[in-house]
Design a protein around this ligand. Structure first.
Ligand code: FES
Length: 172
């Protein structure tokens, strides 16, 4: 008696073969690997943040910051100080253990005084006393052609003391 023939698909094996599963697994792994490489390249080549901490921040025209003023700029985590030598952008992070250092206008004629362990810094950010190992750090400041103050919070300048060349002169 003749054997009944099976449909073609059933004759080649039912369901998904082990080889298909392996192929799919390899394909998926390759895709995942490429996605990770793509992500790494995107992170590396993506432009640095602009307008937020870690990038350049435009804080407006220099005339907003009169001589003698100390202005807290939360977006950049710094104080803009208009010193007699020019503008200083002082990173508010204490150089001891990283606490945010408040400006104390009524203390000793105006100083930065850290509440954590008592380090004190002059209005220029220069170290006065306490456990901090150096003066408060700075961010570079430039004044563009329109008179806007641009602070680069992606570049931290460490220093021991203060010298007038650290300040950016304001146009007179
Ligand atoms: S963190 Fe400022 S003095 Fe210790």
């Amino acid at each position: 008696m003749a054997e009944a023939s099976k449909p073609a698909a059933a004759a080649e094996g039912e369901g998904v073969s082990r080889r298909d599963v392996l192929r799919l697994g390899l394909f998926g792994s390759a895709l995942l690997f490429l996605a990770q490489i793509g992500g790494t390249f995107a992170t590396y080549f993506w432009p640095r943040k602009v307008g937020a901490f870690g990038g350049k921040i435009n804080i407006g025209h220099y005339s907003k910051y009169p001589p003698g003023s100390v202005t807290r700029v939360d977006a950049g985590k710094f104080y803009l100080v208009h010193h007699t030598d020019g503008l200083l952008a002082i990173y508010w992070r204490c150089t001891h253990l990283g606490c945010t250092v408040p400006w104390q206008p009524n203390l000793e004629g105006g100083i930065f005084a850290c509440n954590c362990h008592g380090s004190k810094f002059a209005a220029t950010g220069e170290f006065i006393s306490g456990p901090a190992p150096r003066s408060l750090d700075l961010f570079p400041v430039e004044i563009d052609a329109d008179g806007n103050v641009i602070v680069d919070t992606g570049t931290i300048i460490q220093r021991q003391g203060y010298s007038p060349d650290q300040a950016t002169p304001v146009p007179s």
